[in-house]
Design a protein around this ligand. Structure first.
Ligand SMILES: *Cc1c(COP(=O)(O)O)cnc(C)c1O
Length: 393
């Protein structure tokens, strides 16, 4: 980029590396699988990494490169590796950092498949995992073993909205020579930049806030330095987790309005969280922006805003949740988060309806728990929508 010292909003518009011979003002879609070499010697130089010419889209592509360099700048990292999905990013990190006999300490409340893949596939290859409440630093300390090779954190956690102290965890891990990876999907780099707190790797499901329009699935891994970048990138390339140029184009388009979208959504979120907290049919609300949140003070330090994800517990358990789901008119009944449209989900009757009672407790899912991802609609309409639906509960 031309100027590393420009502000976050300016980076959203002008960040990333892209130049083409035609002087395109925006990044076009390079919808090609392969690239022509100028000569045999040029081909040899590209393969040796001595030329920055493109070879083949799984290895690299100008549209994807523009996105990777932009996202790396937003997270204050060295380089980005775009993937076909958030899970592609998760597996790029696990695949690069873990070998047979290694151990990983992970937040217990990570995104479900990030845990499942460790408990199934990586276990099969001799990798062990401990899942602890990383919001409690003593639990992390106790879980560290001589063979621990990765600390994997998600904060705020989903759906419990607990906050892990990134600075404290990175200091502890580094005392043991353990690198730290943070899934920053819930915050986006606009609200939290884990590398600035000492993390080594950041990853995202771009499907959520960064793209923000619920129209693609994608992921990215960002390494803090060249050494880690060179360790991570070949995993994406050889396991085939690459992004498609059209996907990259849509994310570049979507991310331009990241701060505008997040500002609007979190302005509404605090109003809705306060409204819910005072509602007689709601037992409790978890939102980092509420003074009642147990880690409100830590959130104020670590995050630049409180985000737009709200968890709340309805009185009356499963049946109340089901009625609410079937009564909302504006909020869309769907999984995922971080889009311009407000989404609502009741895990006990929907995503986790076939999960055992023990499994639900492990995942922090109570019977009346509702997840609400605030979009950018008029807050008065969202509140009226909840009001009429809660009346029926
Ligand atoms: C959605 C999500 C993922 C997985 O991303 P996909 O794009 O669905 O593969 C990983 N981590 C978090 C926190 C998520 O919300």
């Amino acid at each position: 980029m031309k100027n590393k010292n420009i502000g976050f909003n300016s980076k959203l518009i002008h960040g990333g590396e892209f130049n083409d011979a035609l002087g395109s003002a925006t990044v076009p879609i390079y919808q090609t699988s392969t690239f022509k070499f100028d000569s045999a010697e040029h081909g040899a130089a590209c393969f040796a990494g001595e030329s920055d010419g493109y070879i083949y889209t799984r290895i690299g592509n100008p549209t994807i490169h523009a996105l990777e360099t932009l996202l790396a700048e937003l997270e204050n990292g060295f380089g980005g590796i775009a993937t076909s999905s958030g899970m592609g990013a998760v597996n790029t990190v696990y695949g690069a950092m873990l070998s047979q006999g290694d151990h990983v300490v992970s937040s217990a409340a990570v995104y479900g498949p990030s845990r499942v893949v460790l408990e199934t596939y990586y276990k099969k290859f001799g990798v062990e995992a401990s899942f602890v409440n990383t919001a409690n630093i003593e639990d992390v300390r106790k879980a560290i073993r001589p063979e621990t090779r990765l600390l994997y954190i998600e904060t705020p956690s989903n759906p419990t909205m607990e906050i892990t102290d990134l600075k404290a965890c990175c200091e502890l891990a580094h005392q043991h020579g353990i690198p730290v990876a943070v899934d920053n999907t819930f915050c986006s780099p606009y609200l939290q930049r884990p590398l600035d707190w000492g993390a080594d790797i950041v990853l995202h499901s771009l499907t959520k806030f960064i793209n923000g329009h619920a129209d693609i699935v994608g992921g990215v891994v960002i390494a803090k330095d060249k050494e880690l970048y060179k360790k991570l990138r070949p995993v994406m390339v050889t396991l085939g987790f690459n992004m498609d140029p059209h996907q990259a184009y849509l994310v570049i388009r979507g991310v331009k309005t990241l701060s505008l979208r997040v500002d609007r959504a979190q302005e509404s979120a605090i109003k809705l969280a306060t409204y819910l907290e005072n509602h007689p049919k709601v037992a409790w609300v978890r939102y980092p922006g509420l003074v009642s949140h147990p880690q409100h003070e830590l959130a104020k330090v670590q995050m630049d805003g409180f985000g737009s994800m709200i968890s709340f517990e309805l009185k009356g358990g499963i049946e109340s949740g089901r009625i609410l789901m079937n009564s909302v008119k504006m909020a869309i009944l769907a999984v995922s988060l971080g889009g311009v449209e407000t989404l609502i989900q009741h895990p006990a009757s929907m995503t986790h309806s076939k999960v055992s009672a023990e499994g639900k407790i492990k995942a922090g899912i109570t019977d009346g728990l509702v997840r609400y991802s605030v979009g950018i609609e008029d807050v008065a309409d969202l509140m009226a929508d909840l009001e009429q639906a809660l009346e029926k509960v």
